[in-house]
Structure formats: C-alpha cells, structure tokens
Design a protein around this ligand. Structure first.
Ligand code: ARG
Length: 464
C-alpha cells in the first residue's frame, strides 16, 4: 500500500502530526492482529445499519463485500498498512473507501472507535479463550494418560521438600489435572464477561441514530449487550480477569516445571528427558538441560507482569475512553501467546519428553522413613493414643537413624522392646505399597481412590 501524504484529522486541524508523534501514537504495529475481528465486527455493524434503515441495502451490500475483499487481501499478505494508518480501524476504513468509494465513508455512522475497539478485543479474546481451553484439554488428557499407566508406581511425597509419605505417581499427576480443570472452568467463567457487546455504545454516550444493538450483538454471537454506554467503552475488567486466569495457569505450569527440573537432576533422577525435548551445553558435553520447563517457569513472570500492568493502567482512569486503554492490547496479546506457547510445550514434554524412572522411584520409596506415620497409625489402631504412638515412633526413628537401619530392618524383638503391641504384621503394614494403598480416604492416594479419580477425570474430559 502506498504511503499517503500526512493528513490532518478534520478541518479543525491545520497541521499534520509530527512524524515522531505519529509513530508514538500508532497501534497498527500490533493491533493488525485484530483485523479479522475488526472486519467481522464492521460487517455486523453495516448489516445493522441496513436493518434499521440508516443506510440502504445496496450500500450495506457494497460495504460488506468491500470488507470481504480486504479480508482476502489480508490473507494473501497484500494488505500491510503502515504507521500512516494509525490503527487497524482507520486502516480498514481507508482501504474500504479506496475500494468502494464514498459509500465506505458511511460505515462509521453511529459508531466510534471506542466501541469498535472494545468489540474487536472481545471477539479476539473470546476466540483465544476457546483455543486455550482446547489446549488445556489436551494437556489434561496427556496427564491422565500417563497417570493411568502409573497407578501403582510409587514416588516419594514431600512437604517442606522433605520426604513425607509415599504417593501413587498417578495421584501426583492428577493433582495437576485438577488444577487444569479449575483453570478450564475459570476461563469459562471469564468468558461470560468477555462475551458482552459494547458495540453501539458510541464514543461514550450512545448515538442519535435508531440503532439495534441486540441485532449486531446477535450477529456477532454475543450473549448480551452492555447496559450502560459509559461502562461499555471503559470496561477492561474482562481483560484483567483473563490475565488473572492466565496467571494461575502459569502458576500451575511453573510448579510442574519446577518439579520436572528437580526430578531430572542427578540428585533425584526420577525422570530422564528425551533428546527431542532437551538441549545440550555449548561447553559441557555431558549436560542435558531441561530448557522447556525452565522457559515455562521463566515466562511465568511476564504473564504476572501483564496482570499487574493492566491493573495499574486502569486504577486512575476517569470515565470513559482514554488513550491509555490502547496499552491493553500488547498485554493481552502477549499473555495469550505466552500461555498458549507454554501449554503446547508442556503437553509435548509430558507426551514424549519425559520418562519416569520406575526402578529408581521404587528404590527411593524403599530407602527412607516415610512410613513412620504408618507405624504410629499401626499402634493407634491397637488402642495406643495417637500422640503417644507418635512420640514413641519419633524415638524409634532416632535410634534407627543412629544405627543406620531402616524401619523395615528392625527385628520383631526390637519392635516389641519398643512396645509389646507390635506383632509380625508390622512388616506388611509399613511396606511402601501398603502404606500407599491404605490411604483409601476419599481423595487420598490409595490405589482404589486413584482409580476412582481417574474415572472422574474421564468424566470431566467428557470421555465415556
Ligand atoms: N487504537 C485505539 C486503541 O487501541 C483505538 C481507539 C481510539 N479511540 C480514540 N478515541 N482515540 O485504543
């Protein structure tokens, strides 16, 4: 597209914008991403103008067809407006007028860029939320598939990053499944506030034309329209809510990343990483680095930053539209791109990048004192008050540690010297497999519970 000579806004202005100011003011460099939504929004607006008799059917037809032409041009890479257009809305209107002549100038009747940009951003975000929800489903399905193969694989469970009690590996993975389920539901809830039409709010006060806001909203698939025109053009709550939901997705992905990074370390060696999902060092030939989870963990900060940026941008804004609001776009776009990229990468990492080292995990759960609670529980079921049993077992752990013995290595005589209630069945009671399977309370790590959780997870995914 040719660069037109600098223009003035209207007859009110005598000189054009200073080129540096024009560049500073322009959003076309990033809001071109909204173009498909801008075209769709404008087509709905034009149809509404026809329906209400504000423009003629023939004019409406020309406008809708002209906008289609721009869509084709854009998709073919032929529509590349520069800074002279300022933003995507002006770029489209200007091109439309080039294509269909003076009729193009009627499109902006009964509309402002303020309600227009609000419409575009909502349409964009609605589509992106659906896409992110679909990615969450993929991620959940991948977690579930791995969980199903590891119901009876044990992994040390930690609190304070100290060995606490052993877990079913499936139970551990399903914790992330449940977090993702909340993320999915949270997005569905945010979507309710995204899917409201500001179109027809005008600059701030509505319009003198007999428009039909319900009709354009319906054409665009909005569930309802804003009831207050000032609120409609000023509201960015939906963007902040989205950034918040996105931040929580990142919190969850980042925690999983941190665990992967730990698990892949030589000290843990709970997983190995496949070559397709890890990188080497430029100097240390032995290295295999967990770049994917590290990057996910690292990118989390910028999503939080966008949430903070949006909140601060909004807090002091008087009603209604202020140019500050142009700043919402890069935050929203980058949040979408980052969350989507991280979900995609984590799903691939889980699906083909990580191998759980089952023998090493079995060794890990057999070499610690994470069955100490079960010794106390054993005594408690024999009538010894739990706190008393707890203190007794603390002493046993201390003396065993000093003697370099694991609990299962104590002889029956040693057990009975501690308390006469101990019998031969103590060994079965503290075997890791039993320790895990016995935690059969609802939502616990017992194998039966985990199998039920897997059924619930399938239901959540809509599998039979
Ligand atoms: N590019 C602007 C934005 O992103 C469009 C709305 C401009 N409205 C205005 N009154 N200057 O917010």
């Amino acid at each position: 597209m040719q660069t037109p000579s600098p223009q003035t806004w209207s007859q009110r202005f005598e000189t054009a914008l200073h080129p540096t100011v024009a560049l500073f003011n322009a959003s076309i460099g990033f809001d071109i991403q909204l173009i498909e939504y801008d075209l769709t929004g404008s087509q709905a607006h034009a149809k509404m103008l026809v329906k209400t008799g504000i423009i003629s059917p023939d004019e409406g037809e020309q406008i809708v067809t002209g906008l289609d032409t721009i869509r084709q041009e854009y998709r073919r890479g032929e529509f590349t407006p520069g800074v002279e257009a300022e933003d995507v809305h002006f770029a489209v209107e200007r091109r439309l007028t080039e294509l269909i002549g003076a009729v193009g100038k009627k499109l902006h009747t009964a509309r402002s860029r303020n309600d227009q940009v609000g419409t575009d951003v909502r349409l964009y975000l609605r589509a992106q939320i659906e896409a992110i929800q679909a990615q969450l489903r993929q991620y959940q399905a991948t977690l579930l598939a791995i969980a199903e193969t590891h119901v009876e694989t044990l992994i040390p469970g930690y609190t304070h990053l100290q060995r606490a009690q052993p877990l079913s590996l499936a139970h551990h993975l399903l914790a992330y499944f449940d977090m993702a389920q909340r993320d999915w539901e949270r997005l569905a809830d945010v979507q309710k506030r995204v899917n409201i039409s500001p179109l027809g709010c005008g600059a701030l006060a509505g319009t003198t034309f007999p428009i039909d806001r319900q009709y354009s909203a319906e054409l665009l698939g909005f569930a309802k329209v804003y009831g207050n025109s000032l609120d409609g053009v000023s509201d960015r709550d939906f963007a902040i809510e989205f950034a918040c939901a996105a931040s929580l997705i990142m919190v969850h992905l980042s925690r999983l990343s941190e665990e992967m990074i730990l698990w892949a370390s030589e000290e843990f060696s709970f997983v190995t990483l496949n070559d397709s999902c890890s990188t080497g060092s430029s100097i240390m030939p032995q290295k295999k680095n967990p770049d994917v989870p590290e990057l996910v963990r690292g990118k989390t900060g910028r999503v939080f930053g966008h949430l903070q940026g949006l909140l601060v941008m909004m807090k002091g804004l008087p009603l209604a539209y202020n140019k500050d609001l142009q700043e919402d776009k890069e935050a929203i776009f980058d949040t979408v791109q980052t969350v989507s990229g991280c979900l995609g990468a984590m799903t691939i990492l889980l699906a083909e990048g990580v191998n759980f080292q089952v023998p090493r995990l079995a060794q890990a759960v057999n070499e610690d004192y994470a069955n100490a609670t079960d010794v106390a529980d054993y005594l408690a079921t024999k009538g010894i008050p739990f706190r008393e049993a707890y203190n007794l077992v603390g002493k046993v752990v201390k003396t065993s540690l000093a003697a370099g013995k694991l609990l299962r290595e104590l002889t029956l005589e040693e057990w009975q010297a501690i308390h006469p209630a101990f019998e031969d069945d103590i060994y079965a009671a503290i075997a890791p497999q039993q320790v895990v399977s016995a935690r059969n309370s609802y939502g616990g790590t017992g194998f039966d519970q985990v199998r039920q959780a897997i059924q619930r997870a399938h239901l959540a995914l809509g599998d039979a």
